[in-house]
Design a protein around this ligand. Sequence first.
Ligand code: 4NP
Length: 162
Amino acid sequence: MTPASSVLFVCLGNICRSPLARVIFTHLAAQRGVLERLHVDSCGTGPWHVGKGADGRSIEVAARHQIKLAHTARQLDPTADFLKFGWLIAMDRQNRDDLLHAGAPRDRVYLMRSFDPRLAGEPDHRLDVPDPYYGESDGFERVYDMLDASCDGLLHRMLRES
Ligand code: 4NP
């Protein structure tokens, strides 16, 4: 796969937001019959949950939308990941800063919600996917909606440009 058709979803722990983004994006790409043209992965900037499965609340919200979330958390590998992935999708501004600090090429780094057409023109501080880890479980449903709309916009953009 070329970098132009490879997307990496990035959050902090790689157990809540980015694994959910990966399976939603994969689901949408499969529905459109384009999954075999794409490479999709996720990672976290932090090391704490490496090797673990996704948070149970992410698994539940995915299941409510008929999507299976199988996952093993991994940490960002700057050397390999910045070569392989042309689309580095940060869930929030902190994740974006961490990617840039780790040496990510600036023109490959995006905020996830910048692809939500309903938010066109909004400033960056309105575009975070909030970290649901310490919140209530309805936070995961809100995160799901944000990711679903954003993944759809991102998929259209990638297909246009790859
Ligand atoms: P995520 O959520 O970045 O969406 O996977 C988090 C999960 C765990 C922690 C922080 C965020 N943590 O500090 O352990």
